[in-house]
Design a protein around this ligand. Structure first.
Ligand code: SF4
Length: 253
């Protein structure tokens, strides 16, 4: 049964991060499919509003006037990467690879020019090169684009054509550009296949709970595992796991 369920799963940043954080959490969410109500913080809601603002801007070229911080972020975005109707730009694009493995990602903005630029907006934390250079998101997003992007964009895309850029509207002059190459592409393909194989082969009772209880403190399954909701420490780096489940449709029906 385990294999049947998992063979339908398209692995995303969120499912990989969940597995890395706690194998039991992965099993509860993706195998048992226990969807548990999750409270969305104001910070995450504001981040989602910014993503909607960005999508509208790059679809229409018009920047709406929003009050407060969101308005400032919108002005910063317009200055950082102004809409240009002569460019091929694709906001909020979902890309899937259905080959020997199944992968999915949702890209905040793709710009198909001489290079293929992948933009990703981060609104909750200052962008640190040391974290993002080798983060799961960087690995998955660049690899998936090299593997499946050509089909979406109608041209051959080589790893060296791809550059990922993280940008935070609160720090508009500090974008982080991360180019890609063939060596990293091969390394990433192996890493993703190894981890998917590990998950697919894992017996039901070997999805072990995490030992670091800080992770449990913001986990929605804490009532099942610990008999009470987590208290959600704020200083723990939960950025990858604070995404909404609605962000991406990981199961193909
Ligand atoms: S509460 Fe802790 S052990 Fe239980 S699923 Fe969540 S992270 Fe894992």
């Amino acid at each position: 049964m385990l294999n049947r369920i998992l063979s339908r799963l398209s692995f995303s940043q969120l499912s990989f991060s969940t597995y890395m954080a706690c194998q039991l959490k992965f099993r509860r969410r993706y195998v048992e499919q226990l969807y548990w109500p999750q409270v969305m913080s104001e910070e995450v809601e504001l981040g989602q509003a910014f993503h909607t603002l960005s999508e509208r801007y790059y679809l229409t070229g018009e920047m709406d006037n929003y009050p407060g911080l969101l308005g400032q972020w919108g002005r910063n975005l317009k200055e950082f990467y102004p809409y240009d109707s002569s460019l091929e730009i694709f906001p909020e694009q979902q890309v899937r690879f259905n080959g020997d493995i199944r992968l999915v990602a949702k890209y905040d903005l793709l710009v198909n020019g001489e290079k293929l630029l992948i933009y990703d907006w981060k609104t909750t934390k200052k962008i640190k090169r040391s974290y993002y250079e080798n983060s799961l998101q960087t690995l998955l997003y660049r690899y998936l684009m090299a593997e499946a992007g050509g089909e979406y964009l109608g041209r051959i895309i080589k790893p060296r054509d791809i550059i990922m850029c993280y940008w935070n509207p609160s720090f508009p002059r500090e974008p982080l550009y991360l180019p890609y190459d063939e060596i990293k592409y091969r390394r990433d393909g192996k890493f993703l296949r190894d981890i998917i194989n590990e998950i697919m082969q894992k017996p039901w009772d070997e999805f072990f709970p995490v030992t670091d209880e800080r992770i449990c403190s913001y986990c929605e399954y804490s009532p099942i595992c610990h008999g009470k909701p987590g208290e959600g420490e704020t200083d723990f780096d939960a950025e990858d796991l604070s995404l909404s489940w609605d962000d991406i449709d990981e199961f193909l029906v």
